[in-house]
Design a protein around this ligand. Sequence first.
Ligand SMILES: [Fe+2]
Length: 310
Amino acid sequence: MALRGLLRVGEVCIRVMDMKKARRHYDEIMGLHEVMEGPDGKVYYKCWDEHDHHSIILNPSDRPGMDYFAFKVSSDSVLTDLEPKIEKFGLKVKHIAAGVYPKSGRRLEFVLPTGHTMHLYAEKEQIGNTMPTLNPGVTPDDGVVRGCHINRVDHLLLGGQHIQESARLFMEVFDFDLSERFVEKESQMPLAMFLTCSTKPHDIAFVLQPEQNKYHHTSFWLESSHDVTKAADRLGKYRVPIDVGPNRHGITRGATIYFFDPSGNRCEVFAEGYVHYPDTPTLTWDTTDAGHATFSQDNIVRESFLQVLT
Ligand SMILES: [Fe+2]
């Protein structure tokens, strides 16, 4: 099946409490590229191998967390087709005109059953990845790939109360597959649900939380687990607070590190995993194997990983 409809997480707007420290974290240490500062103080970033103008927005605030996230869709007609389906699902859709969000075409905005504000858009100015589109070569000029060698935004993990309803929206309206789920053994109640619109093990995931509209992390994709190890060296050098050092998830099989920005928002760098096809069966993990499901190299369930969200 060709990839149409929702394509990927295209934008995450993260609240930060000290922009000077946040810039050092996301730009100098992680290696994202600052592309713009808005008149409202928002700072816009892209990862080197993304073609669109920006993917991460830092919003100056007095509290951490996520303001909204956005998926890019394959064409404007997808927005037209999806609007009545989202309304029929039971969510109120707000129209945002082109240009209200910088470099972006028109958007649909709605609030998920888990309390998160989500946008869909089809158009964003493309500025490229510094390599030509004719005979592009394989590696950009010196200095483009820097910091933690992050290629692109990969996925989001969000927390809230009604994760089955948010997952149902993604499956029934947005045509995502449920790639994996983590359930409570006795009741079979889903504690986390992993959803994909691509061949990645997940593009978005939801984890059950007592509070609505919580932000667990944005994940950034690296080319290899060797790069994950080198990123760990860098995070250690600059004394970045680590949540979970290099390990491998059972769920998604990703090689991973979790760490915090200076406002306490969690970030992940991630590599590898498996290929998901539309006929790949949903994988289920339960609480009898929680350690291996979360961190498969030492099988330790981290309370901080499950309970610290912004
Ligand atoms: Fe992740």
